[in-house]
Design a protein. Structure first.
Length: 278
């Protein structure tokens, strides 16, 4: 099993976040580092500070050398997919080809209400998501992209310069929706991320659904990295036990969510505790 870290860009300073990512960059066990795409905190004081995801990724790309970087996951409702494709290409270049392109349909009603961003009904939201992912792939892959969807249109559209990773940075799709999210994952993703709240038994059922969608489009489900988020509040025994359960279930990538204000010094003991599972 492989390992990564995730930091919550809420209620922390830039220096705290930067220092933990730079420290993780020096520890080979952690293959990637992730943030989230929100404008308001999700815990504690919801009026508190929360850093924007993609400008943070650009900065982290310049601060790190080895570790892969990504947003888990970018809400498609917040940015036009053509704009997001250009952002992804730029961050991939800044990082030297280390971007993981995480995307999801979006869900946060509070943020949308505050900013006047439309949050469509679920069917339309997922229709827009499907079109958006396909349009991004075209822009990142082709010299000139044309696309005519119900919501997304590209006309002789270019995205230059192209990303370092070809044909495009690996796409991570987050979510557990059996009909729409997992179907889109089967079509386009290189990684499927679940928060893991359903436990290992529920996750295995979802993986079977993903495998069926993969079969429908002629893909092997084993081509897709399956990742789950593990909670970590400082108890090494607890996170190791959780990781062992997920390894037994066949998980590919465990993404350890670090507590707020985690110091760089927590990473070496965490890596040492998990090393035997790698």
């Amino acid at each position: 099993m492989r390992f990564a870290i995730k930091t919550r860009p809420e209620h922390q300073t830039w220096e705290e976040l930067r220092d933990i990512w730079v420290a993780a960059d020096e520890i080979p066990l952690f293959e990637s580092a992730w943030n989230w795409d929100h404008f308001y905190p999700l815990t504690g004081d919801l009026t508190g500070p929360n850093f924007e995801a993609w400008t943070m990724l650009g900065a982290m790309a310049a601060q790190t050398q080895r570790i892969r970087i990504g947003c888990q996951v970018t809400g498609m409702i917040y940015r036009h997919p053509a704009v997001l494709a250009n952002m992804a290409a730029t961050v991939d270049i800044i990082s030297g080809g280390r971007l993981e392109l995480g995307v999801g349909a979006g869900w946060n009603q509070m943020e949308c209400d505050a900013y006047g961003i439309p949050l469509p009904p679920l069917k339309e939201r997922f229709d827009r998501f499907d079109e958006g992912v396909e349009a991004m792939v075209l822009l990142l892959t082709d010299t000139v992209a044309n696309y005519s969807g119900q919501y997304v249109r590209l006309t002789d559209a270019r995205c230059e310069p192209k990303p370092v990773q070809r044909p495009h940075p690996p796409i991570t799709i987050g979510g557990n929706g059996r009909k729409r999210t997992l179907r889109t994952t089967a079509r386009w993703a290189q990684q499927w991320n679940s928060l893991g709240r359903e436990g290992t038994a529920g996750w295995l059922e979802l993986k079977d659904v993903l495998a069926a969608h993969c079969a429908d489009v002629g893909r092997d489900v084993n081509e897709i990295t399956c990742s789950v988020n593990l909670g970590f509040e400082g108890d090494l025994d607890e996170v190791v036990a959780s990781a062992e359960d997920w390894q037994a279930a066949g998980l590919d990538l465990a993404i350890v969510g670090l507590p707020l204000h985690a110091k760089p010094e927590v990473l070496a003991p965490l890596a040492a505790a998990l090393e035997h599972l790698a």
